[in-house]
Design a protein around this ligand. Structure first.
Ligand code: RIB
Ligand code: CA
Length: 312
């Protein structure tokens, strides 16, 4: 359990996406975190839907957090979506109550909003990318001065072993390997919540039934997860990949890992592979194991608490 009382200022870059929605919801109600901005990227589904989903979610939760639309396509490759997993909308069959005249959506591009938020922050910002890294790569290339005020990048993506898009590549890295290479080659501290850890997040159908009883947020989460039959899920368990980044920030003791240097393959059959070289001088902390039972308990407790706050 964290002991520091200061909230960690974070920016979430996301392609909602069912597990993104769950991660963002947990982050917006976490006492340890101060979500400054949400930026969207094309990934699970196209940029219009990922952006609509982010705005509708923030509205649904009654939060006043700016959302900025980012890159619709990877740097060089053509977007390969995961609509077969998340539905064409990106949120399965779930329908957010739409709110008119939404002022949450910035008129500026996500990369400009990222630059402004980072340079104007009194505290170093933690970036939490949970989709393809296109916006983050553009930010670091266009405005390298932001690196002076980035504490670390806690991302969902990659794998020391295996893959869920190909035998050797995880989706976020596979979609935009060129962006991933730019980000991993930077000497910024990175926490890689890859498949090695995220596939251990085994949320059961019983857990989903329990969550369904937690008001409108529980109904949303259970409906989303009922649709989300991620190919990386096993038996009756569902892997909630993106939530690992948020729990890493709020409950770091749930995770163990090793330091490494990570080289991203950008061409050919292994494109998107995050080749992981363990070494004590590496700037990447690769999460390899989680406390599976405690993660489940934290998942359930989180949405019980969110509901209590929403119904207060
Ligand atoms: O491989 C899992 C990742 O790809 C998650 O971020 C999920 O939302 C999809 O974007
Ligand atoms: Ca995602």
């Amino acid at each position: 359990m964290r002991t520091d009382l200061m909230k960690t200022p974070i920016i979430i870059d996301t392609d909602p996406g069912i597990d993104d929605v769950i991660a963002i919801t947990a982050a917006l109600f976490a006492e340890e975190l101060d979500v400054k901005l949400i930026t969207t990227v094309g990934g699970n589904v196209g940029i219009e839907n990922t952006t609509n989903n982010a705005v509708n979610l923030v509205n649904f939760l009654g939060k006043d957090i700016p959302v900025a639309k980012g890159a619709d396509q990877p740097l060089l490759n053509k977007l390969v979506s995961a609509a077969q997993v998340h539905g064409e909308s990106g949120v399965g069959g779930y329908h957010f109550e739409a709110k008119e005249n939404c002022t949450l959506l910035s008129s500026k591009h996500a990369v400009e909003e990222l630059r402004d938020a980072i340079l104007n922050s009194n505290e170093p910002i933690t970036l939490v990318p949970i989709g393809p890294l296109t916006n983050i790569a553009l930010l670091l290339k266009m405005y390298p001065e932001v690196k002076n005020n980035i504490k670390e990048i806690v991302l969902m993506g990659g794998a020391a072993k295996g893959g869920n898009m190909t035998p050797v590549a995880e989706f976020n890295m596979f979609v935009d390997p060129h962006a991933a290479k730019i980000v991993f080659d930077e000497q910024i501290k990175i926490v890689m919540c890859g498949l090695d850890a995220t596939l251990q997040t085994r949320i059961s159908t019983d857990d989903i039934k329990e969550i369904a009883g937690y008001g409108k947020v529980g109904e949303m989460v259970s409906q989303l997860l009922s649709h989300y039959d991620s190919p990386s899920s096993t038996e009756n368990y569902i892997a909630i990949h993106d939530l690992c980044t948020i729990f890493y920030l709020t409950r770091p003791e749930l995770f163990t890992g090793k330091r490494a240097t990570v080289n991203v393959v950008t061409e050919g059959e292994a494109s998107g592979c995050t080749i992981t070289h363990y070494n004590e001088d590496g700037h990447v902390h690769v999460c390899l194991d989680i406390d599976v039972e405690e993660f489940r308990h934290e998942f359930i407790a989180t949405f019980k608490k969110v509901n209590e706050k929403l119904e207060a």
